[in-house]
Design a protein around this ligand. Structure first.
Ligand code: HEM
Length: 359
């Protein structure tokens, strides 16, 4: 959580939240609490009326504090003056953005909304994906060994178990087994487990006619774990991704038309379902799909690969007994805008070669 928070702050806005250095960094305390209440208000209309309860007041105070932290980030960005021409960070691009007709830049309020959404979208999601992936790595036989083999082949881990050379940006695209591991973990644990869309007209979805202005919740978690759509859906099998690059993954030999009342994701809405390959249901949406899909997915994959490769080069991992095995982890799953576990996932990390690391 701390790493993901500091990376998104520094890489996007040049702001160091210092949450890795200071255990009581406020942003990682207040945002998850605020989001928990958001989820309740999104799914239960009565919750919106219960603003007088202690929990609701605490959550509102958390969101106020989050907004004031974000105001601070924006003030810091502006205090640095106009961004340099070669600064391509998100913050610099927001400061440069101009309205196409009026030529006006973003107001402070608009900047705060953009920066707040980026930080919110970027850190919990990456952090929980990291936790679930490490959990899958620690509990799936043979996976740590295969990751270690790949790291050894690339010189990131030495044959005697000591650390190899530091990871570089060019290495990331070459970590193909690790990429498969991450894709598979995001299949089984899509931390954005579903996302709403509002119908802008009366819309036919399969056998259902949905009126205009209705929120339809698309459950990625269900699509990702359905035995109708995946062979051995409940097995963690990174090799199922070997050679598959389509981010929404259409299975080539998909023949179960009877399981699929509608065409592809893009055919959820529309009167003329497409034919052929395009009509096959797409089934993999860890970053959603379409024009509003995750804008930070490239960065998320960079962070995930870098952190996991670095940890696996140094440690082997074992799920802590207190978690009660994979069943205990499953029992502690909770959905509060993101899918995560109640109190994190505890692991034991053992250094591969302590003496070599110290030297
Ligand atoms: C594993 C990590 C991540 C996951 C699983 C994830 C997933 C998602 C999903 C499912 C959406 C919803 C898109 C939709 O409405 O269809 C989204 C939106 C968004 N994400 Fe991510 N995300 C991740 C990391 C990041 C990072 C690192 C950033 C920023 C640096 C980011 C920034 C955003 C923003 C700004 C949006 C809103 C886009 C819009 O409304 O146009 N995300 N993300």
């Amino acid at each position: 959580m701390r790493v993901a928070c500091d990376v998104v702050g520094q890489a996007s806005f040049g702001h160091d939240f210092k949450s890795v250095d200071f255990s009581d960094a406020r942003v990682i305390k207040v945002l998850p609490k605020g989001l928990e209440e958001c989820q309740k208000r999104m799914t239960n209309p009565i919750q919106r009326l219960l603003t007088f309860t202690k929990a609701a007041k605490e959550a509102d105070a958390c969101m106020d504090e989050y907004n004031s932290i974000i105001r601070g980030v924006v003030m810091e960005m502006k205090a640095r003056g106009p961004p340099k021409a070669d600064d391509m960070s998100v913050g610099a691009q927001l400061l440069r953005a101009k309205h196409p007709t009026t030529g006006h830049g973003l107001t402070d309020r608009q900047l705060q909304a953009e920066v707040g959404t980026f930080i919110m979208g970027g850190f919990e999601t990456t952090a929980h994906t990291l936790s679930f992936t490490l959990f899958c790595i620690a509990t799936s036989p043979g996976v740590q060994e295969k990751i270690a083999d790949e790291l050894r082949d690339m010189g990131l881990l030495n044959a005697d178990g000591s650390l190899g050379r530091p990871i570089q940006a060019e290495d990331l695209n070459l970590l193909s087994y690790l990429s498969n591991v991450i894709k598979e973990s995001m299949r089984m644990f899509p931390v954005v487990a579903g996302f709403p869309r509002r119908t802008d007209k009366v819309t036919q979805i399969g056998n259902y006619k949905v009126p205009k202005n209705v929120f339809v919740y698309i459950l990625f978690h269900h699509l990702h774990n359905s035995p109708d759509l995946w062979d051995n859906a409940s097995d963690f099998d990174p090799m199922r991704w070997e050679g598959i690059n389509d981010p929404t993954y259409v299975q080539d030999d998909y023949m179960h038309a009877h399981h699929a009342p509608f065409g592809g994701f893009e055919n959820f809405v529309g009167k003329t379902p497409k034919k052929g390959v395009e009509a096959r249901p797409k089934k993999y949406f860890p970053f959603s799909a379409g024009p509003r899909s995750c804008i930070g997915q490239g960065m998320a994959m960079m962070v995930l690969k870098t952190v996991i490769a670095t940890l696996c080069a140094r440690f082997t991992m074992r799920l802590a007994d207190e978690m009660g095995g994979p069943e205990g982890v499953a029992a502690s799953e909770v959905m509060a805008l993101t899918l995560h576990t109640h109190h994190g996932i505890l692991m034991h990390c053992t250094e591969r070669a302590p003496a070599a690391v110290e030297a």
